[in-house]
Design a protein around this ligand. Structure first.
Ligand SMILES: Cc1cc2nc3c(=O)[nH]c(=O)nc-3n(C[C@H](O)[C@H](O)[C@H](O)COP(=O)(O)O)c2cc1C
Length: 306
């Protein structure tokens, strides 16, 4: 049985979502935080809050950082370490130009010398164990070939590969041939990530790559939060059972967000995002009704209706 990891999803898998998912669904070996970034001379305050030990107690959380320079990376490591963590995941996969143009995320992949400088920090760090989450490249599916030898020489717990290039963002096909080639040359345990939405998808990848160390799932878990639990238990839930789990999670999230978000409009804007990826589970009609509900009262009536 493979370990299932919950992918980081900026704007979705924040501390409250992770806590509630862990309590209601489970089946996840690690939850990765959305990347913690250095901005305007300090760690972004939203990110600092997200990794606060008190908000992550009892949940197997791995903070993720994004950096392109050693001093930036060191400051982020210090911030994470000060919350008591002994694990960090390094983002080399974010495809968004706001990050890649500064050689952050997938933007570092055309620069092996920058990767090597970050790996030197990893080598020196004795109290934290690191993993890397990456793509095949930024602009070409061959860029990893210069990066992987550097990673092979670096102590890493595992490498997670999303087999697309940055320029694709989340569109187009995942490149399974390149994934296989990468796996053959990677000396670290490997986690597969990309487009897994059903238990059958998990079983197919498990069969195709029997030496995998795990599977990381993002949007598939937002759509069907029970997916890892169904895989672990070997029993599929009906769509009605999954929808009822979604409603239960939504209720807990709403109760939490009501205590931290002042104002109905802001609350509605935030809580509504819970459904963004759920269309395959709840159906188009219910999904569209939730999107269109103009105020909190109509929105909550729609949640009761689905
Ligand atoms: C809205 C959104 C936010 C994301 N935020 C992050 C992030 O903070 N860090 C990261 O490594 N990947 C991030 N990703 C990428 C996902 O972790 C994952 O690699 C990607 O969605 C592919 O996996 P999936 O097909 O299982 O969703 C994000 C993806 C989306 C769609």
């Amino acid at each position: 049985m493979l370990n299932i990891h919950f992918a980081p999803l900026q704007g979705y898998t924040e501390d409250s979502y992770r806590r509630i998912h862990h309590k209601v669904c489970g089946g996840i070996s690690s939850y990765y935080t959305p990347f913690v970034r250095w901005e305007h001379g300090s760690v972004r305050s939203k990110d600092k809050r997200d990794i606060r030990a008190q908000f992550n107690e009892g949940v197997p959380v791995v903070p993720q950082i994004i950096a392109s320079e050693p001093d930036e990376m060191q400051k982020l490591i210090d911030a994470v370490q000060s919350e008591g963590y002994t694990r960090i995941d390094l983002n080399m996969g974010c495809p968004f130009p706001l990050q890649t143009r500064h050689a952050h995320g997938a933007g570092i992949l055309p620069h092996p010398e920058k990767v090597a400088a970050l790996c030197q920090i990893i080598e020196k760090e004795k109290l934290i164990s690191f993993s890397v989450k990456m793509r095949l490249g930024l602009n070409s599916a061959d860029e990893w070939k210069e990066i992987l030898p550097i990673l092979n020489d670096t102590p890493l717990q595992h490498v997670t590969l999303h087999p697309r290039i940055g320029a694709q963002q989340y569109k187009g096909m995942v490149d399974m041939n390149s994934f296989q080639e990468f796996q053959q040359q990677c000396q670290h345990p490997i986690i597969y990530n990309g487009d897994i939405t059903t238990v059958d998808d998990i079983l197919r990848i498990e069969q195709q790559f029997p030496t995998l160390s795990g599977i990381m799932i993002g949007r598939g878990l937002l759509a069907r939060p029970t997916l890892a639990m169904e895989y672990a238990n070997g029993t599929a839930l009906t769509d009605a059972q999954v929808t009822s789990t979604l409603v239960q999670m939504h209720q807990l999230l709403l109760e939490h967000q009501q205590t931290v978000i002042p104002g109905e409009a802001a609350l509605l804007n935030k809580i509504r995002t819970f459904w963004d990826y759920t269309e395959p589970t709840i159906g188009h009609k219910a999904w569209k009704k939730l999107k269109k509900a103009g105020n909190l009262k109509n929105y909550l009536a729609t949640v009761n209706w689905i």
